[in-house]
Design a protein around this ligand. Structure first.
Ligand code: S3P
Length: 446
């Protein structure tokens, strides 16, 4: 986003002493986006506590403001949102700059699809490479029209339809963004919008739509297929939301504490929604000591505190069915595999090729650059674990505007012999602005 400084910010991470202490991570990115969007559609004031104040979420806030919502942050860090009502979004006067954020882009395209207005979406070099057909195709069926750059990419201009036509759609790709885009479009569409999800993905949209008073029903079939129906022309009532800590951000101190010998770290208030908790199970299966205590509910989501103790990890060949529940955590899981004993084989991960970077290629290149033996597969990667001995290190790692690549290799640096240099730490501000200070608190930066 434009808030980035002009120059790359390289940084080197070196072998760390044992990590210790208790920390919290910033609010969940997925829930933060959704809380701003739904609050902006409710009539009256919603209050959001624990909102992630990262660039991606701020891009959503700016877009909702540009379409008529009143969004303010008070000095205690509580966000106050006065919404415009379902169907009440206004024509934005300038292009919507989505920065690096695929979630903002795809969910907002859904929201706008059932409004009679025209909007242009732009983004940074990473976002401008990402495929949008997965949302433009179903939203076109609802009546919206799109003029995209070649390959269905940004910059893109869309014209919404009002009234839109309700859709009955079976997701061809396991994507919470596509599911959410259709449901958000369905809010201002007469009749029933139905999404069939053969492989479950994160369900924050469903939980929050219900919480705001939408008539939404989820039916689970014997084979696990989920059928979500939403009654359109909904009325949303303002809410008070507390956003739990982001498990996708907790992933980095979690893996760091497992890998740096002698560490013990508590990460408090982490979201434990089943559709997001796949990394914890994977690391436990590899032999990682992660104890979950103080389980409770915050803002309609399960949360808990994690006590993570350094452990010897074993290589693993995880079931690709786990992928949606840890889709954003594979980069740091690959770092754990690089330090494990024996080989790990990850497959069924073609979706990683269309994230903020091609995460299979970016991780394979980075792991090779720090001395790890890997084989890149079309749909995954084979990693030969170092068996607990420090990774050789090196760099600079090309992070390709991908925050999770930068943070994953920062963790690798903490268990390296010669240090790992990241070419540019600026993208970390999209999701985890307090990442470096948090490592400092744990004693990881010498
Ligand atoms: C997200 C869904 C996931 C995830 C992204 C956030 C969301 O994307 O990778 O970081 O908030 O819905 P897909 O739905 O494309 O898998």
């Amino acid at each position: 986003m434009s808030s980035h400084n002009d120059q790359p910010a390289p940084m080197t991470f070196t072998a760390a002493p044992p990590l210790s202490g208790a920390v919290t991570v910033p609010g969940d990115k997925s829930i933060s986006h959704r809380s701003l969007m739904l609050s902006a559609l409710a009539v009256g004031e919603s209050r959001v506590e624990g909102l992630l104040e990262g660039e991606d979420v701020l891009a959503t806030a700016a877009a909702m403001r540009a379409m008529g919502a009143d969004i303010q942050r008070d000095e205690d860090g509580i966000w106050h949102i006065h919404g415009v009502g379902v169907g009440g979004l206004l024509q934005p006067q300038t292009a919507l700059d989505m920065g690096n954020s695929g979630t903002s882009t795809r969910l907002l395209m859904g929201l706008l699809a059932s409004h009679d207005l025209t909007a242009t979406f732009t983004g940074d070099a990473s976002l401008s490479k990402r495929p949008m057909a997965r949302v433009t195709e179903p939203l076109s069926r609802m009546g919206a029209s799109f003029t995209s750059s070649p390959g269905d990419r940004l910059p893109l201009t869309m014209k919404g339809a009002c009234p839109a036509v309700p859709l009955d759609y079976r997701l061809p790709v396991a994507s919470a963004q596509v599911k959410s885009a259709i449901l958000l479009a369905g809010l201002n569409t007469p009749g029933i919008t139905r999404v069939v999800e053969p492989i479950p993905t994160r369900d924050h949209s469903e939980r929050m739509l219900r919480g705001f008073g939408a008539d939404l029903n989820v039916e689970v079939e014997a084979d696990g297929t989920r059928i979500i129906t939403l009654v359109g022309e909904a009325e949303l009532k303002p809410q008070r939301i507390t956003v739990p800590g982001d498990p996708s951000s907790a992933a980095f101190p979690m893996v760091a504490a497992l890998l740096v010998p002698g560490s013990q770290v508590t990460i408090a208030n982490v979201g434990l929604n089943d559709t997001r908790a796949g990394l914890i199970a994977l690391l436990q299966d590899m032999g990682g000591s992660i104890e979950i205590v103080n389980r409770r509910e915050v803002g309609g989501e399960p949360v808990g505190d994690l006590i993570v103790t350094a452990s010897t990890l074993q290589g693993i060949e995880p079931d690709p069915a786990r992928a949606p529940s840890m889709i954003d955590e594979y980069p740091v899981a690959f770092i754990a595999a690089a330090m494990a004993q024996g080989r790990s084989v990850f497959r069924g991960l073609e979706e990683l090729r269309v994230k903020e970077s091609d995460r299979i290629a970016t991780m394979a290149a980075g792991l090779r650059a720090i001395g790890v033996t890997v084989e890149e597969l079309e749909d995954g990667i084979i990693i030969e674990g170092a068996g607990g001995t420090p990774l050789p290190g090196g760099g600079p790692i090309a992070t390709k505007l991908d925050h999770r690549i930068a943070m994953s290799f920062a963790v690798a640096g903490l268990v390296s012999r010669d240090g790992v240099t990241i070419d540019d730490m600026r993208p970390v501000a999209t999701s985890f602005p307090t990442f470096v200070p948090l490592l400092q608190t744990l004693g990881a930066l010498t």
